[in-house]
Design a binder for this molecule. Structure first.
Ligand SMILES: NC(=O)c1ccc[n+]([C@@H]2O[C@H](COP(=O)([O-])OP(=O)(O)OC[C@H]3O[C@@H](n4cnc5c(N)ncnc54)[C@H](O)[C@@H]3O)[C@@H](O)[C@H]2O)c1
Length: 272
């Protein structure tokens, strides 16, 4: 159902890899709500070709950019404004990757070169995106910038290894750049802390199925789906949330406030 929440708004959406991606769902919802936007992803991800299908469905274009490269981001923001015919109202940063997780390294055995890559791709890229937006004065007043996070920024999830630090840095960048862009031209910056979700990045984390089920059983509303995450992002891009900034917003069906649930007690009781 469409409410025309983003009618007339222009955006940039990072991170749609395939139709399971959270960014893919956000793009589909943004289109439904009347937004115009460009899509972007790392050149490597473009080779999979899936993103072109999304571009076709949304009647838009894809501009390749490695989000760790300031040069690529400068080109992206310049081209996006040319294509969309004006400044940007919303940006979705939906990017995460840890070479250590990919290679199955445990927390006590991290490769430090890869650790730096994790931080660069999953956290510093968010700073770089806003740095370029600021330098180009690319954001409209009352614009909205959202990045996706995970509760491992605050709590311990052993298999999430160096991504936990990346998410803590990401959330800190949202607060600090949120101050700066808010003062500069009333742009708001937030992170959305999403439930475990069955995507390429999500299922790459060791033990994913177990903590997906655990989170689902702990949350009174169950795990939040990628579709509901997209709905929430749309509200954050809309004019209905103009005064929300510098927040890490939990979108997790209630998980983060729970101690233990009856479902989890029952599950453990059955095993013992
Ligand atoms: N899936 C989950 O369980 C879950 C939970 C909470 C938060 N998140 C976060 O949601 C975001 C989106 O992930 P997803 O679950 O949709 O998985 P996904 O694998 O579909 O998306 C990750 C995206 O990051 C992109 N990317 C990687 N390196 C890049 C680079 N150098 N430059 C530009 N893009 C790059 C990938 O190409 C991919 O499109 C991530 O920040 C992730 O940490 C996911």
């Amino acid at each position: 159902m469409s409410y025309n929440l983003l009618k007339g708004k222009k955006g940039i959406i990072f991170g749609a890899l395939d139709e399971k991606s959270i960014a893919w769902k956000v793009a589909m919802r943004a289109k439904e709500e009347g937004a115009e936007f460009v899509l972007t992803n790392a050149p490597l991800a473009m080779r999979m070709g899936e993103i072109n299908k999304l571009a076709e469905a949304c009647n838009t274009q894809v501009i390749p950019a490695d989000a760790t490269s300031v040069e690529d981001l400068e080109n992206l923001f310049t081209k996006a404004q040319e294509i969309l015919g004006g400044k940007i109202d919303f940006v979705l940063h939906s990017i995460g990757m840890s070479p250590n997780i990919r290679k199955g390294k445990s927390y006590g055995d991290l490769n430090y070169e890869w650790f730096l890559k994790t931080l660069d791709i999953s956290a510093l890229s968010f700073h770089k995106v806003m740095h370029v937006a600021e330098k180009q004065n690319a954001m409209n007043e009352w614009g909205s910038i959202v990045a996706l996070s995970y509760i491992a920024a605050q709590r311990v999830f052993p298999d999430y290894t160096d991504m936990s630090q990346a998410k803590a840095v990401l959330e800190s960048i949202a607060r600090n750049y949120g101050y700066r862009l808010g003062k500069l031209n009333k742009v708001r910056v937030n992170t959305v802390s999403q439930s475990p979700t069955k995507t390429t990045a999500g299922t790459g984390v060791g033990g994913f199925d177990a903590f997906y089920d655990y989170a689902d059983k702990m949350s009174p509303l169950g795990n939040a789906s990628a579709e509901s995450c997209a709905d929430y992002c749309i509200t954050l891009f809309s004019d209905l949330t103009r005064m929300v900034s510098m927040q890490n917003l939990m979108h997790d069906g209630g998980f983060s406030t729970m101690g233990i649930s009856e479902d989890v007690v029952e599950m453990i009781s059955k095993q013992s």
